[in-house]
Structures are given as structure tokens and as C-alpha cells.
Design a protein around this ligand. Structure first.
Ligand SMILES: Nc1ncnc2c1ncn2[C@@H]1O[C@H](COP(=O)(O)OP(=O)(O)OP(=O)(O)O)[C@@H](O)[C@H]1O
Length: 329
């Protein structure tokens, strides 16, 4: 682990299903996340982008301890997240928080905003009554909402306001890391910008670290310091956001950017490409992008290329035998 890494993912894998039936027949298994290794440094935003079904949400759930890896490990500050989620979930929740995609349904419809935000203050921080009031006001101010909203129910506020409450709830525990899973995808574009601005301000104000998951390239480009491009459960490419967007090495990243040219890329990872994804119950031995790749050779079909630097830039890695814009293997 490099000195500054806060979050370290080491060969993480999550397989759903598998094993054997009572008759000894193998049960099908989905490899949702395979062999993912990366580090997130304190204070940075790692964007994770990929099309539907590539494993983004599974990865997010592993990072916050809502699910545990079937292989490899994920550590925060050197502590194993899956172990902490089992032994001391409150301590873990004080360090890492999750913001969900659908803001309204992520809030309990029968509870006021005040009750929703008070819960983590009491259960995670153990704040007394007087301090709760002060902290509630601070949280509302942080997400730019008037204190009157504290007495509303989720159905009485807009989607953007609900997402700000979701962010305030994540902030309540004063965490180090927030995993944002498609936090603006359900919002109108004008509201998206407001929420992204708030997130940006909170990050510098509270020294937060973000893992920002989205299938929207323009959003990821605008918020990320580094970007990981996922394809079929694996990292296809990872590097500084500027590098990855200006000089994509993996043919998949290249394809994504070609279909969404800058500036103001219009900008969703193609959902219809799903039909071309390999069968998740039967992952291919080689590169999963093989069938769609203009550069593919026999070697790509036979073995999976390692994720490694393809040029002088040691922080820009791609899992490809025939990367764009450089030497080939
Ligand atoms: N609980 C589960 N049981 C079985 N398979 C699952 C489970 N959760 C996810 N999967 C499978 O794992 C793969 C990755 O799913 P995941 O939801 O992580 O992808 P995603 O990139 O977040 O997609 P989306 O953006 O559509 O949510 C998919 O093939 C999915 O069907």
C-alpha cells in the first residue's frame, strides 16, 4: 500500500451463486466483480464509469461493507472492511458512507427529514439533544437547505432536495469516505449541476474522499481526479481523469469517448451495448471486450491481459494487449 492510500482494494472478487446443488450439479455463478485492485488516496475523487451490469454497484456495496468479497480484500486505513462490517458496523459507518441513486426512495416516507437526520447523530455519534439541534442546522446549511425543510416528509420535497438530504445524512456521521452511487442520475440536468457543486464544496470543506460511480461520462469527467473504467466486472483502464479522457488506451474507453465527443459530451455509456456483453454466467477466458474490439487478436481471446502501464505514465494503466496510441505487445 502506498503511504497516502486511504482505501485499498486488493484483487477483490464478488461471485454470486456458484457451489453445487444437492445432486452435486454445479450451480451457475455470476462474476460481478473480478480481480479488482486499486487505491484511493485521501482527498481524491475516484470516478468509476461503465455500462449497466459491469459491476459498479456491486463494487460500491463492497466498499461500504453492505456486501463482502468472495475473494481478495478491501481495507480502509489498513482495516478490513468486511471484518469491520461484521464486528463493528457502527465504527465502519462513521468512516464510510453511501449515497444512493434514487434520492426519494432512499428516504423513509414515514419519517420527517429531522428524524432521518437525527438517527445517525444519535446512533453513530451519540450526540445529546442540545448538540443534535446545532448539528442538524449545520448539516442543512452544508447542503444549502433552509431549516424549515427539517419538518417536511420526503414526498414534500423535490428529487434534488431529497438527494441533498441523502448527502446530509451521509455527512452526519462525519465520515472519511463517501461512496456516491449514481448520485445525480435520477435528477434533471440543471439540478444535477447544483448537487455536483454542493458535493464539490463539501469535499474541500470537510476533507472528504469520494468514490463516484456513474454511467455518465460527462459527470465523471467533471468530478474525478482519477477514473476507473469498468467492463464486465473488471477494470479496463484506470488513470488520472485528464489522461484517460485525453488519451484513452483501452479500445473500450476509446469507443465510449468516440460515441460521446467533447466538449459537453452527451454522454451516457451505451445501454444497448448490453446485448453484446458476454454471458456473465460463463465469462470468457480472455478479454471480455474481444467480440466488440477493433484491435482484437487471437491472444485476446485466449488470455486476459493484465492491467498495466502502457506508456511512460506509470499511473495510467490499461488491461489490453493492443492499446490505442502506443506500443503493442
Ligand atoms: N445479488 C445478486 N445475485 C446475482 N447476480 C447479481 C446480484 N447483484 C448483481 N448481480 C449481477 O452482477 C452483475 C453486476 O451487477 P451490478 O448491479 O453491480 O452492475 P452495475 O454496473 O451497477 O449495473 P447497473 O448500473 O444496471 O446497476 C450483473 O450481471 C448482475 O446481474
Amino acid at each position: 500500500m502506498s503511504e497516502a492510500a486511504l482505501l485499498t482494494i486488493d484483487r477483490a472478487e464478488r461471485v454470486f451463486g456458484g457451489g453445487r446443488t444437492i445432486f452435486g450439479m454445479p450451480k451457475p455463478a455470476v462474476h460481478a466483480v473480478q480481480d479488482i485492485s486499486l487505491e484511493v488516496r485521501k482527498g481524491e475523487t475516484l470516478g468509476v464509469v461503465g455500462e449497466s451490469g459491469c459491476g459498479k454497484s456491486t463494487l460500491a456495496r463492497l466498499i461500504v461493507g453492505l456486501d463482502r468479497p468472495t475473494g481478495g480484500s478491501i481495507t480502509l486505513d489498513g482495516r478490513d472492511i468486511a471484518a469491520d462490517a461484521g464486528n463493528d458496523p457502527r465504527a465502519l459507518a462513521k468512516k464510510v458512507q453511501y449515497v444512493f441513486q434514487d434520492p426519494v426512495s432512499s428516504l423513509n416516507p414515514r419519517k420527517t427529514v429531522r428524524t432521518i437526520l437525527t438517527a445517525p447523530l444519535v446512533h453513530l455519534i451519540g450526540l445529546g439533544k442540545k448538540d443534535q439541534e446545532r448539528r442538524l442546522e449545520e448539516l442543512m446549511e452544508a447542503v444549502n437547505l433552509a431549516p424549515e425543510f427539517l419538518d417536511r416528509y420526503p414526498h414534500e420535497i423535490s428529487g434534488g432536495q431529497a438527494q441533498r438530504i441523502g448527502i446530509a445524512r451521509a455527512l452526519a456521521a462525519d465520515p472519511e469516505v463517501i461512496v456516491l452511487d449514481e448520485p445525480v442520475s435520477a435528477l434533471d440536468v440543471s439540478v444535477q449541476a447544483q448537487v455536483l457543486n454542493i458535493l464539490d464544496g463539501l469535499k474541500s470543506r470537510f476533507g472528504l474522499t469520494y468514490v463516484f460511480i456513474s454511467h455518465d461520462l460527462s459527470v465523471v469527467e467533471s468530478v474525478s481526479d482519477r477514473v476507473a473504467v469498468m467492463y464486465f466486472g473488471r477494470i479496463a483502464e484506470i488513470g488520472p481523469a485528464r489522461e484517460v479522457f485525453a488519451n484513452p488506451r483501452h479500445p473500450y474507453t476509446h469507443l465510449l469517448l468516440q460515441s460521446a465527443p467533447a466538449p459537453g459530451r452527451k454522454s451516457l455509456v451505451p445501454e444497448d451495448a448490453n446485448t453484446e456483453l458476454p454471458d456473465p454466467y460463463n465469462p470468457p477466458p480472455g478479454c471480455a471486450f474481444f467480440a466488440r474490439c477493433p484491435n482484437a487478436t487471437h491472444k485476446c481471446k485466449e488470455s486476459h491481459p493484465p492491467l498495466e502501464a502502457k506508456s511512460g505514465e506509470a499511473t495510467h494503466l490499461a488491461a489490453c494487449y493492443h492499446p490505442h496510441g502506443g506500443e503493442e505487445e
